[in-house]
Each structure stands twice: as C-alpha cells, then as structure tokens.
Design a protein around this ligand. Structure first.
Ligand SMILES: Cc1cc2nc3c(=O)[nH]c(=O)nc-3n(C[C@H](O)[C@H](O)[C@H](O)COP(=O)(O)OP(=O)(O)OC[C@H]3O[C@@H](n4cnc5c(N)ncnc54)[C@H](O)[C@@H]3O)c2cc1C
Ligand code: SF4
Length: 322
C-alpha cells in the first residue's frame, strides 16, 4: 500500500451545532482539527474515515478568556496562540512550556489544544507503514491478534504522549464536552482510561470544546525527556505545580505523560513543611513517581530508563519551584 492519502469527503462547518450534526449524519466520520496527528495516521492506513469534519472554521472554539473566574481555553486554539499568550505565560507557566515543547513551529501554527488532548496513543509496532505492520501480522490495536509489547496480555499498552494534558491536570483542569444531549463537564484526568486501543472516555458523537482552570497562585513547570532535542514526542513528560500556604508549607501537584496509556495524576505525599528536610522529601517524591508510572516496550528506549527519567525529572522540577 502506498502512503498516499485515501479518498474522503471533507465538511467544514462554521458552528458547533453543524459540526455535531455532521458527526452523526454518516457512519465512519471523524473530527479533524489541525490534522497533524490524524492525517499522518490516515497516510499510514491506521485511520480510514469516509468523512472528515474540519473544526477549523468554528470561531467559537478559538477563544481564550482569563478573568477572576479563571482561565478558559477553546479546543480550537492553536498551540502557537496558546504558547504566545502573555497572561498564560505569567500565571500558568507549565502550560506555556508544554505548548512550546510540542512538535515544531510549523505544526504549532495549525495544531490545536483539542487535537493534542485527543491525540492517539503511540507504539513502535503501531506508528509504522502499512507494509511494516502487515509483515508483523499487525497487532492487537488494529487488525491483529496479539500485542508485540506484552504478548501474554489482553490489552494494548500504547503510550499517551500528549504534552499538554499533564500541564493542565496539575491545575485541576476541567474539560467541556458537547454532544447530542448538550454540554457536560468532567475532570480532564477523567477524559482518559488506561487502554492504549481505547484511551478516551469520549463517545463517537462528542466534541471537546474547551478546558477550564480555576484561578491559582501556584508556581509551575513542565519538561520532558525525548530522544532528539527538538521535534519529538516525550519518552516521559512531567508537569509540577507548587502552592505555598500561609504557614509556608509547599503543596505539590504532579502529572506525567508518555509512560502509560493515559496521562497520570500522581498522588503526592503530605506538603513539604517549612522546617522539613527537602532532601528526604524529594527522595520520597522520586520513589513515589517510580512506583506510579509503568512504561512498556512501546518505544526503542528501555522502559526502566523512562521510569527513572520520569522520577528524576519530577524531583528536579519540584525542587526548582521551592
Ligand atoms: C513530527 C511530529 C512531531 C510531533 N511531536 C509532538 C510532541 O512532541 N508532543 C505532542 O503532544 N504531539 C506531537 N505531535 C502530534 C501532534 O502534532 C500534536 O499532538 C497536535 O497538538 C495535534 O493537534 P491537531 O489539532 O493537529 O490534531 P488532529 O490531528 O486534528 O486530531 C488528533 C485527534 O484528535 C481528535 N480531535 C481533534 N479535535 C478534537 C476535538 N475538539 N474534540 C474531540 N476530538 C478531537 C481527532 O479526531 C483525532 O483523532 C507531533 C506530530 C508530528 C507530525
Ligand atoms: S502496545 Fe501492543 S497492541 Fe498496542 S500498539 Fe503496541 S504492539 Fe499493538
């Protein structure tokens, strides 16, 4: 099979209602935002939609509002606009750092928040050409019978590798989702489940429309370990937020991407008190992250290395925030 794009019908609605109707009007219809993940997968024969609903002409999805109620980012906001928003850079640094760490500048011109949150999971046995996968008898995620990563298991372990989700989760983000019955909202962390072949809790007729974050005075940071220094998915990506209370104690929130089939919110130890020993606190934090993540052989880099990287990066980022 060549890597040419298969034929499909393109619909470009200008309102959310039109998009919701188009999504259910015909079977085998998919949403497309920037297309930087979906179109690549279509060329590889991993996705074969008959109809694409392009969200790019819906202006309501492209707004950012920041006021005393907090921050609301539309799903259609591009990563370039997100990374360039001065207010977000000032109050939510982890979001700006994560947006800037995604792909390259050309991708970020068109890639969106919604597409990044709904990005497919990745695996070295899956993100390959059709002929490569066919010669390996495909795999459990698509067309095959066994998982080459965990042959004795019965579920796909492909890794969720979106950079933005952890940087939003540490602020307690909620996601707004539109569907045929109206708009619902849930914790962003609950948009995901630990199944590489079906990692989103969205139904086929739903559209992510925005993310909301309550006001915060927490300091924050995001960083990732990757094979190449530029334009590369995270082997492990970590976001940390740190709030100081009136007694001077530090409360941390921490989330990790790239190691599991979903972004992971890691439960933190008690706050770091003013008189506590930071060295033992961050050692304990490192251990906690090591235990929480479960990287698999989904990339050429050893899972153990990714586990240690995630925990070392977590401690490094958290320490820099005190
Ligand atoms: C060379 C290269 C490097 C990359 N590096 C990174 C990286 O370092 N980090 C990273 O996170 N990503 C990376 N990506 C993947 C991708 O570019 C980004 O994740 C991007 O943010 C995807 O957004 P998009 O708008 O282009 O999504 P699309 O490709 O348009 O969509 C992705 C998925 O989300 C669904 N979708 C889109 N919008 C919505 C919505 N509003 N509601 C529900 N579902 C929706 C689509 O149906 C599709 O399944 C890379 C891609 C390439 C090609
Ligand atoms: S983890 Fe297993 S089932 Fe999932 S994509 Fe990789 S090889 Fe396929």
């Amino acid at each position: 099979m060549s890597e040419a794009l298969p034929d499909f019908k393109l619909i470009r609605p200008t309102s959310l209602d039109e998009a919701l109707n188009a999504l259910t009007a015909q079977p085998n219809t998919r949403l497309c935002a920037g297309g930087t993940d979906l179109i690549v997968n279509m060329r590889r024969g991993l996705e074969t939609p008959d109809v694409l609903v392009d969200l790019g002409a819906i202006s309501d999805l492209k707004t950012i509002t920041m006021d005393d109620k907090g921050l609301r980012i539309g799903a259609g906001v591009t990563l370039r606009d997100l990374a360039g928003h001065a207010g977000i850079a000032g109050a939510f640094s982890a979001i700006t750092q994560a947006a800037n760490a995604i792909a390259g500048p050309n991708h970020r011109e068109v890639a969106t928040l919604g597409g990044n949150l709904c990005l497919d999971t990745r695996c070295q046995y899956y993100n390959q050409s059709h002929w490569w996968r066919k010669s390996n008898d495909f795999c459990l995620k698509y067309r095959g019978d066994i998982c080459h990563v965990a042959p004795n298991g019965n579920r796909c372990r492909a890794a969720f590798s979106g950079d933005l989700a952890p940087a939003l989760i540490v602020f307690g983000a909620k996601v707004e989702i539109a569907g045929p019955d109206g708009v619902r909202s849930c914790d962003l962390a609950d948009l995901y489940r630990e199944d590489g072949a079906d990692h989103l809790t969205l139904t086929k007729d739903e559209i992510v429309i925005a993310v909301q974050i309550p006001p915060t005075d927490a300091a924050s940071a995001y960083d990732k370990i990757r094979v190449r220094g530029a334009v590369d998915f995270p082997l492990a990506g970590v976001a940390v937020a740190c709030r100081t209370d009136a007694s001077g104690a530090r409360h941390f929130a921490l989330a990790v991407t790239g190691t599991n089939s979903m972004p992971l919110r890691v439960d933190m130890p008690d706050p770091l008190g003013k008189d506590d020993d930071p060295d033992s606190y961050f050692k304990a934090l490192e251990k906690l992250v090591q235990k929480a993540v479960s990287p698999q052989r989904t990339s050429t880099i050893a899972p153990h290395y990714r586990r240690l990287s995630a925990s070392a990066l977590s401690a490094r980022l958290a320490r820099a925030l005190i």
